[in-house]
Design a protein. Sequence first.
Length: 367
Amino acid sequence: MIDNKNISILVFLPNLLVGGAEETTLKLVDYLAKHNYKVNLVVATNKISSVYEIPKNINYINLENKRLLTSFFQAYKVIKNLNPDLVFSTLWYSNLFVVFICSILGKKCVIREAGLDYRSGVGFSKKIFKLLSLLLYRRADKIIAISNSLKENLHEQLKIKNEKIQTIYNPVESYIDRKKLENINLKKYFQNTSDKTIIAISAIRFDEIKYSNNLFLAIKNIEEEDVRLLFVGEGHKRDDIKKFLVDNDIDDKVTLLDWQKNIHSFIYSSDLYVSSSKYEGLGNAYLAAQLLQKKCLSSKVPASIEINSIFRNGDSFKDEIEDMVNKIIYTIRQPEKISSLPKQTVSLFEEEFCFDKYCKIFSKVSN
């Protein structure tokens, strides 16, 4: 890692809600500041989670808008006035926004793609967003994909040359403070448990693409084992999820819990990590569960299957109740893993390894 005091970077985020992209970007900002980069962090909206702390030794600007689009002229003015060597952005809708502004201003930009989830849209809006992506993404100087499956999507769907895209995983191993991991009695969040009760956990943003109601119904339909699900997170679908659980008489088996700052201790204390996401660029919590060597199950999304392959652990299920039930029962009955993870596997997800790659890209693009 080479410290570079001469590079000024403007990092742009649409919000600071709970999510892997936001978490990773804040860690990157902190890393850059500690290595003497001049960092400006610009957040477009006032949607900020209390779980985050703004890194020190940076210039932090909140444009305090309600929506990303209404911040356009402010963002344009800030980027023009600060005149950074390059602009960095993440999340596809923010990337479109930033690449367009940088194209007007003639600024260099690097974008990090965390997931082409515009595909979850419908009708005309979906076509418009894909067209904009086709037109604008190729104007970025470099694109960082957070998984190989996502790199393939960018190449196949947006016709971007492979040499413009580089895969860099999120440094999730460095997010886990193993010295502070503690065993938490997760059964206290449920009633009528026993020594045989199995606690599964899912830590997500409560968003329609991040979960499936079929998982809740699967938990309800497991009769051979006493399985409970701790659903941890925050987001705009929380009330809808709670209503679904009550209406389907599952609220005794599934508990909703606000996001926890010590989420890794929660994952560490569980018997099974399960992800029913309809789409993932990578999935930080699922990756953390793998690094903590938990039993893991995911929906059949390419990024999760890629993680399972790297760790040689975990299985995937169809978005069907019966398949979920069968896979959950089979997985919890498997013996615990006791061997250590190979060092070369863990290093793929360490901060120094991952963020050094970012810095090399920034140096190359800015020169």
